[in-house]
Ligand binder design. Sequence first.
Ligand code: PAF
Length: 287
Amino acid sequence: MEIITEPSVLGERAREWMRAGRSVGFAPTMGSLHAGHASLMALARERTEVVVASVFVNPTQFGPGEDLDAYPRDLEHDVALAERVGVDVLFAPRPEAMYAPEAATWVEVPRLARHLCGASRPTHFRGVCTVVSKLFLLVRPTLAVFGQKDWQQLAIIRRMNADLGFGVEIVGAPIVREADGLALSSRNVRLTPAERTEAVGISRGLALAGELVQRGERDAECIVAEVRARYAADMPSGVVDYLECVDPATIEPVATIAGPVLFAAAVKFSAVRLIDNRYVDMPVASR
Ligand code: PAF
């Protein structure tokens, strides 16, 4: 596996792959890699001839007071994991190599960033879109894989990719979970043991939302209220940032469930904010 830190070197490699007509799969990450990231890379490995992964804690997607400095970093571990999964090139640039001091351009998809994480982190998705655009321009991937845990991010990247004509096949990879259901996240390592025990409540509450839909409940507000009550009981030290039922494509709130919906939650435990979601379709008979 080749480790590249300079954008110009990655750009040169990408031009070589393009000239040789090789398909390129890309898994962008912020490092501190776990089995969820490995699944993104493995998916790219199955589908393309060259696999590129990036490890870059992108400063522009963190707002003031967020956990940019505390975000876990472990490049040695990341290199070993990427190598194990069969990544060909690991791109790990320094922030100064990605953003010139005079940089003044943003890429934004405001319509899809109004709710969920976009509401509580107003500048987050423009940071994500800007860095993913820059990475797409460097890697020139045939396909790029993003985790469904960041469902809103995936929806926004799909829109941006279509609107700007990047021509990348965007692939959504299923959420990878711990045995008890907690969605894997690089931030999980920062939970205290007691918070870790409570945090499983996030996915259990979302599973309850799915069960209520299967049992015939169609009023999203009733379901959200029931899940909130469960969250209060199961996660006394968790502060719910949001818990919403939205349209999976537009990320707009849904009041009455008449088709597939997404229940999405963000819960904060002292210094750690965790997100998770559950895609719920209605039973065929009631559609
Ligand atoms: O999902 C992430 O880890 C990040 O938002 C991404 C896509 C790598 C952009 O920094």
